[in-house]
Design a protein around this ligand. Sequence first.
Ligand SMILES: *Cc1c(COP(=O)(O)O)cnc(C)c1O
Length: 217
Amino acid sequence: MPLSDIIARIDAATSAAGRSPGSVQLIAVSKMQPNARVDAVLQEGHRAFGENRVQEAAGKWPDFRKTFEGIELHLIGPLQSNKVRQAFELFQTIHSVDRPKLAKAIARIADEVGHCPDLFLQVNTGEEDQKAGVAPKEADAFIAECRALELPVQGLMCIPPADEEPSLHFALLAKIAKRNELGGLSMGMSGDFESAIAQGATHIRVGSAIFGDRNDS
Ligand SMILES: *Cc1c(COP(=O)(O)O)cnc(C)c1O
């Protein structure tokens, strides 16, 4: 679907929810997409992109950054502690801070290099074994722990279970964020971003609806 159509749908959902224009940021998820498709979206003027692997991002974005100014990269996939340093060099925002050990590694590198990407803490709202993130009942303690480490926590992130109504998970994430006075909500993908916007998403992560199918499944 053309980028302009996605943007029109975001604007419509934002206004239907009674929210102010521009309060939802679109992150175009470019993982496993051919460079030509990513290039086309850059040509259209879009600058915020999401990748789920540090290695893949390191392979393609330095070249795009030579050609296009103002690119903003978001890490949306699992981060190993030993890749934190490399992630700092590539990403402005990390959406997948999912465990205390990683939070501590981020705090240590931030101290060393004197800056830190914006952070979202991942909550496993569906309590699925195969998904990263802290359980909802552990979220308050994890947020407090990250704040004690003086990390720049902007908000929370979730990926709802594939076979459940996503709006229930978005509502749960919004509730946890609210009681912890966090403004950022990274939620909503190609199939459910309008519902996420209705529940207060500030960052939506949309891949296949913009770029077409990936060959990852
Ligand atoms: C791949 C991915 C997306 C984008 O998914 P689409 O269904 O292609 O929009 C969003 N968030 C995360 C964490 C992802 O890994």
